[in-house]
Design a protein around this ligand. Structure first.
Ligand SMILES: NC(=O)C1=CN([C@@H]2O[C@H](COP(=O)(O)OP(=O)(O)OC[C@H]3O[C@@H](n4cnc5c(N)ncnc54)[C@H](O)[C@@H]3O)[C@@H](O)[C@H]2O)C=CC1
Ligand SMILES: O=C(O)CCC(=O)C(=O)O
Length: 526
């Protein structure tokens, strides 16, 4: 039974779903990194919110970990490259908390417009400060939206309902989508110059870091009010403090900080500055949504291989997963075969599918070919990290899907380019389940790829098989299966034998010495 750790506070329904689905679950929150390192090795899955930092160091101790599920959107607390290179899938729940976060941005906008926190505090101190809090209306004002994705577009719709004008800057926003959303698409400088309120809804990337820098804050309209419910680091906090102190920025509301938890900040205590402790997603509704979703997604993957909302591998629905499973086994065997036979000589790989295979999602098939192929270099390769490792090695990977009818109902072909030319292996599924090799470097064969196998290329000649059988027999090596193919009579022949146990160097050398033998290689399959 797979085992999952929930390491951040999460709605109890997540644990209930894991148990209902047949996944063992521990809820252990508030661990230090060292404490987490000590226990993480026991788990196949990890469910987190934003408190757990999944660093490379933690991942190095996560010897059984297969999947990390973030109950939320931002995954900046996960070292995704490190997870990918360890073959761990990272998933998020991209929609469950979007409405809640958008509503928090709108709430902060009103809080700024009417200085609600300070008015509340002074009223409760008995000051009745009726004249000290002249606010502004939002009706008719311009909202500058930086980032018009899931949350940004919900904020825009709410702002339009409040009779605001919305100007959006997002390099990926198409003019058609802008029209559909009812917003004006603008470049950043135009937005900065026009907006009475600015709200940020982008991830933190190299392009968005300090998007509201000192220089850009200077381009804003005097009296602008700024809201950030996305990520700390989008605003230069020191520059914001200066702009608030000078009065150029009339107010700022941050839910997120460069360093979290933000226990101290030069912004604290600044007039017209308000903040919340990363509460954007904190509503009952959002937390139920993301908890249910993360538990279902992790269970789907650990139990059935279904992949939803993964950030480092292609998606694979729970419906597709069982259909693809035998293909992935076939693809991995074909990849392993070419990897073991051609190894370092491989410069590029092409994965072709035809027949039934061409109707399926090809990405997982290709990833499985690469996993088999790259396993020659490392035991820890799987279909998650194989595409990354292939890229690192500069391997050019191509996918081809054929509509044509072939000799087989379904076929996967792997062709590798080497200095010695293109070499191709192909396999099919018998009864939609049993993987079979049907072609090996241009020679028709029919073989199961399993266990220890001997690959022998020899000159087709009478008596060879007898001599080979005797050599193996004398060494007490039992032959399990025997597959033979040849280019033409008397030409090059290929033998694939499954053998019980490992064939030692001496036996391999004896086979090499048999007349007509060109190549002998010991292969290993799962
Ligand atoms: N405060 C909180 O508790 C929460 C914060 N968030 C954060 O909110 C942010 C937005 O989330 P979603 O809307 O779901 O993400 P999304 O991926 O749907 O939208 C992000 C948008 O930013 C745009 N973008 C990317 N680079 C840009 C750039 N250089 N300039 C302008 N726009 C750019 C993208 O094109 C995309 O449309 C994320 O950082 C997420 O982590 C999300 C949920 C809760
Ligand atoms: O889980 C949380 O409270 C934070 C949510 C968040 O920041 C996100 O989903 O990106």
């Amino acid at each position: 039974m797979p085992k999952v750790l929930i390491s951040d506070k999460m709605d109890p329904r997540a644990a209930a779903i894991f148990r209902e689905r047949g996944v063992e679950v521990d809820e252990i929150t508030g661990k230090t990194p060292d404490e987490l390192k000590a226990i993480i090795g026991q788990y196949d899955g990890l469910a987190i919110r934003s408190s757990t930092k999944v660093t490379k160091d933690i991942l190095d101790h996560a010897t059984n970990l297969k999947v990390i599920g973030r109950a939320g959107i931002g995954v900046d607390n996960v070292d995704i490259p490190a997870a990918s290179s360890k073959g761990v899938i990272v998933m998020n729940t991209p929609f469950g908390n979007s409405i809640t976060t958008a509503e928090h941005a709108i709430a902060l906008m009103f809080a700024l417009a009417r200085q609600l926190p300070e008015a509340n505090a002074q009223t409760q101190q008995g000051l009745w400060p009726k004249n000290g809090f002249m606010g502004v209306e939002v009706t008719g004002k311009t909202l500058g939206l930086i980032g018009a994705g899931n949350i940004g577009s919900i904020v825009a719709s709410r702002a339009l309902g409040l009779k605001m004008k919305v100007v959006a800057f997002d390099p990926f926003l198409t003019p058609e989508r802008a029209v559909e959303m009812g917003v004006e698409k603008a470049d950043l400088d135009t937005l900065l110059a026009k907006a009475d309120f600015i709200t940020l809804h982008t991830p933190l990337t190299d392009q968005t870091r300090n998007i509201l820098s000192k220089e850009n804050l200077a381009k804003t309209k005097k009296g602008v009010r700024i809201i950030n419910c996305a990520r700390g680091g989008l605003i230069d906090e020191a520059a914001l403090k200066e702009a608030l102190d000078s009065g150029h920025v009339a107010g700022a509301a941050l839910d997120v900080f460069v360093t979290e938890p933000a226990k101290e900040s030069p912004l604290f205590g600044t007039p017209n500055f308000i903040c919340t402790p990363h509460l954007g997603a904190s509503t009952d509704e959002a937390q139920v949504n993301v908890a249910l979703q993360v538990a279902e997604q992790l269970s789907d993957y650990l139990l059935d291989g279904g992949i939803t909302n993964a950030l480092n591998v292609p998606s694979l629905s729970a419906e597709e997963a069982p259909k693809l499973k035998p293909y992935m086994a076939l693809a991995e065997e074909l990849g392993s075969l070419v990897g073991q036979l051609e190894g370092d000589r491989i410069q590029s790989v092409s994965v072709e599918v035809e027949g039934h295979a061409a109707e399926l999602n090809q990405k997982p098939i290709t990833a499985a070919v690469l996993a088999g192929l790259m396993r020659v270099y490392s035991d820890t390769v799987n279909m998650v990290n194989a595409p990354f490792l292939a890229k690192e090695r500069g391997l050019d990977v191509r996918e081809v899907r054929h509509d044509r009818e072939g000799d087989y109902q379904t076929l996967v072909r792997v062709t590798v380019k080497t200095e010695g030319g293109d070499k191709s292996v192909a396999g099919t599924l018998f009864g939609n389940a049993q993987a079979r090799l049907v072609e090996l470097f241009g020679i028709k064969v029919e073989a199961d790829l399993a266990g220890h196998m001997l690959y022998i290329v020899n000159q087709d000649a009478p008596g060879f098989i007898g001599r080979l059988g005797s050599t193996l027999g004398e060494a007490n090596v039992n032959i399990g299966t025997f597959h033979l193919g040849r280019r033409n009579q008397g030409g090059e022949a290929v033998l694939l034998l499954s053998v019980d146990g490992v064939v030692n160097e001496t036996v391999l050398n004896d086979i090499c010495k048999l007349a007509g033998v060109k190549t002998v290689k010991l292969l290993r399959f799962a």
